[in-house]
Design a protein around this ligand. Structure first.
Ligand SMILES: *Cc1c(COP(=O)(O)O)cnc(C)c1O
Length: 398
């Protein structure tokens, strides 16, 4: 295919239309700039969408993970099991409690946390006299983790499952939406995520007490919602029950989220069609590249938040960094998800990890490339990505 020289495909383009603009404008003119009726409505809509009893709207997924760990009673010195292949947020929240993030390896096919590795880590921690409070599976790229296996391990060892579902709305595991499965599930509405409010997050749970705890802690440990406190029917009185945080969602963000949520499945289908096109185009290039895992269980649905290619480095004359550089030179912006936690200076220096300690995540990281995948990609943009990847594979054949 001839190279398309006058095109630049960004890694991501936000999906914001006049619907969002009108909803945010309405919220701004309503008198409620911070947590108010739109946030309450967004909580109810997300809870209904994912099949959870309670939802707490927050200003990030990081805040949701923090409050979820607080709800399940994480204490100093206890362990929280997290996968290596994730963003900073998943592990840093354990440090907020002076707890220990115990990083474990992933499965090579899905790049999701390995249930076997979770089991081994729990046994190792228990042998040394430690306590594991929770495991935080991350649905990498939006492909659900093996929740049956993780749930069984958690039950056996009496630990909590808190899902980092920052990539996974809408995703389903064996017919059940992500959000209706574990103790607490945390979503992100960060600018580049599948449902975007700029900054935003939500914790969902079926446990009323946990939900109440997260709600109180999200607003200074005060036992009443601010919007009730300041509304006509509310009173001036409030009580501080705990030293809380400032994690509440704004109504302008919620108004945007309500519109985005309505389009979430339609946007997912567009990303899925792009993933299908990529898979087909790249099938012929299997000497040089591997396409990402697709769901294999009945009823499991991938959100397609990311499309992560993996290079067969042995068949190529260049490494991953050079491949990304050559993509960029031809107008295709790519990225890497993720630099494994255990090779970052903080985790190396604090806990003594070496790259080869978690070899699967290290090796997959060395050959991973995230390609652009967002609903408004044009067929010309998609074709430019596939033809550029094909050209680079052939040009750099070893
Ligand atoms: C984006 C992301 C987060 C953090 O979400 P915020 O809403 O920015 O706090 C957490 N975990 C993963 C896996 C992410 O990709």
């Amino acid at each position: 295919m001839a190279a398309d020289n006058n095109i630049n495909v960004p890694f991501h383009r936000p999906e914001i239309g006049m619907d969002e603009v009108e909803a945010v404008t309405k919220a701004m003119l309503s008198g409620w700039l911070t947590t108010g009726p739109a946030s309450k409505e967004f909580e109810a809509e997300v809870a209904g969408f994912v099949g959870a009893k309670h939802a707490v709207a927050l200003n990030s997924c990081t805040a949701a993970l923090h409050l979820a760990l607080s709800a399940v009673g994480l204490k100093e010195g206890e362990h929280v099991i997290v996968p290596s292949m994730t963003f900073a947020a998943t592990a840093e929240v354990a440090s907020y409690f002076k707890a220990i993030p115990s990083i474990v390896d992933i499965e090579p096919r899905t790049m999701n946390i390995s249930p076997e590795a979770i089991k081994r880590k729990i046994v190792e921690i228990k042998k040394s006299g430690g306590t594991v409070r929770a495991v935080l599976p991350v649905h990498f790229a939006g492909l659900p983790c093996d929740m049956d296996a993780i749930g069984a391990i958690a039950k056996e060892h009496d630990i909590h499952v808190i899902e980092d579902a920052a990539h996974a709305i809408p995703s389903s595991y064996k017919g059940r939406p992500i959000g209706g499965i574990s103790d607490v599930t945390c979503f992100s509405f960060y600018a580049t995520k599948t449902v975007a409010t700029g900054e935003g997050g939500m914790a969902v749970t079926d446990d009323q007490q946990w939900a109440e705890h997260m709600r109180v802690m999200s607003l200074h440990g005060i036992s009443k919602d601010a919007w009730k406190r300041y509304s006509a029917e509310g009173s001036w009185y409030y009580e501080i029950d705990y030293p809380g945080f400032k994690y509440n969602m704004t109504d302008t963000a919620a108004a945007m989220g309500l519109v985005q949520l309505k389009k979430a499945e339609q946007m997912r289908l567009k990303r899925q069609a792009i993933a299908d096109t990529y898979d087909q185009a790249f099938a012929k290039l299997d000497k040089w590249i591997e396409t990402p895992a697709r769901p294999i269980e009945e009823g499991t649905i991938h959100s397609h938040h990311l499309y992560v290619l993996r290079l067969n480095l042995a068949a190529l004359a260049i490494d991953r960094a050079a491949f990304i550089e050559q993509l960029r030179a031809r107008g295709v912006m790519a990225s890497v998800h993720f630099i494994p936690l255990h090779i970052h200076p903080y985790y190396r220096n604090t806990f003594g990890y070496k790259p080869e300690d978690l070899p699967v995540s290290y090796e997959e990281y060395m050959r991973a490339i995230s390609l652009p995948i967002f609903p408004s990609m044009s067929s010309r943009e998609i074709a430019h990505v596939t033809s550029t990847v094909a050209d680079l594979c052939k040009a750099n054949d070893r």
